[in-house]
Design a binder for this molecule. Structure first.
Ligand code: 1CP
Length: 354
């Protein structure tokens, strides 16, 4: 039975522009979705969110389904992203934490050494995080566009565990990795195992693509990435390759890291808003697809300026297959909802049949 609906869904989505672009195939228009497309900028989200804490909301499959569908129903993006948070696997690791409004993830006792790393528990995502699989199953029954599952990359997951909260320069993480390389590699290895298990569970439950968010990796020098992250990231992407779904690899502040990220893996590389899109794609060798990179701050300007920035992104790509239109990072709180609608429609309409 399970494989029947999967075959049916694959057939239904065979011509989905988002999946075609991931495979670098020509599509009817340039697909568009926005990181953080479900969230605080939406009045309907704020209404639902008022009833729960962020962590409660993420563990409620029916509400997760409603929130994930909100931007698709309102603005018609070409893909949905599961509403959740990268910190959710901490729930299975025996980590005491909360997502504090206006701050982000806060860890009660940040990791300091090998002994702390040794206390992290191995777990089975299918059992401990079953609410994620349930939400995915509910969603794939309703959604007519592809569903993206996601997780934080091991470095970004380790960053919160060691810093204890959001950070600008991640100096405690950098100190940790240079000072305690063995503990660091044990931690990365553990987080890589967890992430593989968690993302495979999401594919088993029905997601059509995966995005790995290495949001804070831009804090590192390429040499540091190569020595302390690359072996783990390569193992992660190799293991995920067997799922058969497209893999998107995203980070911010990554201009100097893109070729290493490409070596690590991913069918699609995410480009942030600071980084020239065309140059990056050329440097990546054009064998992968790219995603990005409209500056999220431009959504606060008038529609003429929004149109100019969208044209800038589309012109850099020049109509070549293999581009997923997205922001260079998430939608910012306070973004006018009408401007999100304008951008999505503008991209879909101007690229149709081009
Ligand atoms: O409603 C609220 O007050 C909570 C705000 C919020 C939301 C809406 C947080 C706390 N997380 C989320 C949802 C979320 N997080 C999604 C699904 C929504 C969607 O995309 O439509 C996703 C994909 C994430 C992933 C996430 N969480 C990342 C990676 C993406 C990125 O933006 O780089 C990161 C770094 C986090 C940590 C996190 N969770 C929440 C906040 C405010 C943060 C960032 C904190 C920081 O600056 O370090």
């Amino acid at each position: 039975m399970k494989s029947d609906w999967r075959v049916e869904r694959r057939a239904q989505l065979a011509h989905a522009p988002f999946l075609q672009a991931c495979r670098k195939e020509k599509s009817s228009h340039t697909p568009v979705w926005l990181m953080r497309q479900a969230g605080r900028y939406q009045a309907k989200y704020r209404e639902i969110r008022a009833k729960y804490s962020m962590l409660e909301l993420c563990q409620h499959p029916e509400e997760v389904t409603r929130v994930t569908l909100l931007p698709i129903e309102q603005f018609g993006m070409d893909a949905a992203i599961l509403f959740s948070d990268i910190t959710i696997p901490y729930l299975g690791m025996n980590i005491d934490f909360d997502i504090v409004p206006g701050v982000g993830p806060v860890i009660e006792s940040p990791l300091k050494d090998e002994a702390d790393v040794g206390r992290l528990e191995k777990f089975c995502s299918k059992e401990q995080l079953s609410f994620v699989g349930e939400a995915i199953q509910l969603l794939t029954r309703e959604l007519k566009v592809p569903l993206i599952g996601f997780a934080g990359a091991p470095f970004t997951m380790a960053a919160y565990l060691i810093e204890g909260k959001p950070s600008k320069d991640f100096k405690n993480v950098r100190k940790f990795l240079f000072q305690q390389p063995d503990a660091w590699h044990t931690l990365m290895s553990y987080l890589t195992d967890i992430t593989i298990d968690y993302l495979k569970m999401q594919v088993d439950a029905g997601v059509d693509a995966l995005q790995v968010f290495d949001s804070w990796v831009g804090a590192l020098h390429p040499r540091t990435y190569e020595e302390y992250l690359l072996p783990h990231m390569s193992r992660l992407f190799t293991a995920l390759g067997s799922t058969g779904v497209p893999l998107i690899h995203f980070g911010t502040g990554t201009a100097s890291l893109l070729s290493l990220m490409r070596r690590a893996g991913g069918d699609v590389i995410g480009i942030d808003w600071r980084t020239p899109l065309r140059e990056s794609w050329d440097a990546l060798g054009r064998e992968c697809a790219v995603q990005g990179n409209f500056d999220p701050a431009v959504l606060f300007a008038d529609t003429t300026r929004i149109q100019q920035e969208a044209d800038r992104v589309l012109k850099e790509i020049g109509g070549e297959p293999g581009h997923i239109f997205n922001l260079g990072h998430g939608v910012l709180p306070g973004t006018p909802e009408d401007h999100v609608r304008f951008l999505v429609e503008y991209v879909q309409e101007t690229t149709a049949g081009a």
